[in-house]
Design a protein. Sequence first.
Lengths: 158, 191
Amino acid sequence: MNNESQPKPTQAEADSPALAQFEDRLDRHGSDLACWPDAERAAAEALLRDSPAGRVALAQAAALEERLAAFPAPDPSPALRRNLLADFAAQRARGSWLDALWRQIGGIRVALPAMATALALGVAVGSWLPAPASDIGDSGNEDALALLQYELGDDSEW
Amino acid sequence: MTTAGGDDPDLPLVVAVGEGDAAAAARLVDRYASRLHAFAWRMLGDREEAEDVVQESFLRLWKHARRWKPGVARFSTWLFQVAANLCRDRLRRRREHVADAVETLVDERPESSEQLRQQEHSAEVQRAVRDLPGRQREALLLSHYDGMGNLQVAQVMGVSVEAVESLLARARGRLRRELAALGAENHGDRS
């Protein structure tokens, strides 16, 4: 981070709240003022006109960003592209198979009446059948519950 | 930038993919696979895992493209959101510090002392970025390396813009201190 060409800021300037705020904004928005919100950019440009310390801070922020460029990423393997497109083809084939089946069974025009008929049949059969007789009364349920609790034990974790 | 799909440059391609257009699928792969891979590699430090993340992200796209709702989110935001979630899941599963088991990209045979010095600098930067706390690293990668604005970073990460700005401020402050300290150290070593 070479800032030797910049004039040195005075101590009073370095301590100013406006400069501290500018440095905070630099960390939040980065050194490219074009990416800053309009109101903050206008204030920053005004500060930069009069403040050597502000210009030093801007240069330091830009230098950090330049340094971060030294984090190159490797290229993906050539197989990745092939695999992605093979996945797409497989997904498309699966989708078209389901579409074909749906069309074959007649689509929504057949499916809706079929569902309505199945529902009506279910209700009719349900109302026609006698209610199931149970030989386990309330006391039977209580016995079964007591037996279950006995088998589980009185474990507080449960 | 808005979240409306009307100004989403990828929307026609996503719609075409939903209709089974292989050429559109190839164009989206060419547009995003490398970027997504770079992001996942910087997050995870492992090439194979990064490729798995890319493949899984695109698989979700192939499955959901038919039901894509324009206007809810930009396609690129959604795709990075998926990849970021997959990376976070993998980091969580590792249960160890990412910097302990990551690749560093270096030229194995530097030809000059200048190249060697650049390689050292690069390794320092990679370590410093990878040592950042997870959310700070994620915000920095999306903002700096993927060139997203703070609003889009916030959408990808599912947090407010103010939270992203705070993460970026802490990340940049920490990197500046650490890299300056390393620079001073190296300078001291040489003198």
